[in-house]
Design a protein around this ligand. Structure first.
Ligand code: NAG
Ligand code: NAG
Length: 176
């Protein structure tokens, strides 16, 4: 009974059980709403490199207890962090039009120190998905598999080319 749906649900359960956090970079300078490039991981990674129109606000959804999240001006989580946020709970950090975040991460407190050391190596990943609302008001989440895809998806989103975006593999159920 390995239907794609049951596999997707199993995957979602597996992600839930290991407490992956969904965290995103938005175009808005004042709120964590609208189109976003998003990352999903179990902590200790750096996620970034999205096109320059994104990263003006950042959000971590349902951070577990005893976690710290960070946003950085650079694209590799390697300079001093510009903002911090602590779990538990969902945390949004608008950049206010002043701060753009080039990369974000989160860690379990105690498992890994905050990276204030420019020489500390960080594993930096690209976002795993892009979430957007098309002109019919439908919320979509599409999968990103390469940096090239990510940049092209960003261009299509800025051009409001929903037809092109609809051609990418959809992730269901939509996780916002
Ligand atoms: C931070 O960088 C310095 C060199 O600039 C190095 O000596 C030190 O070990 C680093 N600290 C960590 C935690 O990696
Ligand atoms: C949308 O993107 C597709 C694929 O790149 C392109 O062929 C098409 O011309 C674009 N449509 C608009 C309205 O820009």
């Amino acid at each position: 009974m390995q239907t794609p749906l049951s596999l997707a649900l199993l995957l979602l359960l597996a992600i839930r059980c290991t407490q992956a956090v969904h965290y995103c970079a938005f175009t808005s300078t004042v709120s964590c709403t609208g189109d976003a490039f998003c990352c999903d991981d179990n902590g200790g990674f750096c996620c970034g490199q999205w096109p320059v129109a994104w990263g003006w606000s950042v959000q971590w959804v349902s951070l577990p207890s005893s976690t710290e999240a960070q946003g950085y001006g650079d694209g590799t989580c390697s300079s001093n962090s510009a903002v911090q946020a602590f779990g538990p709970g969902t945390q949004c950090r608008p950049g206010g039009g002043v701060q753009r975040f080039g990369s974000i991460n989160w860690v379990h407190l105690g498992s890994k120190k905050r990276n204030d050391n420019a020489t500390l190596p960080q594993e930096c990943t690209i976002p795993s998905s892009f979430q957007y609302t098309d002109d019919s008001g439908m919320q979509n989440v599409i999968q990103i598999t390469s940096k090239t895809d990510m940049d092209v998806i960003g261009s299509h989103a800025l051009a409001r080319n929903w037809t092109a975006l609809a051609g990418y593999p959809k992730l269901t159920p939509a996780v916002y």
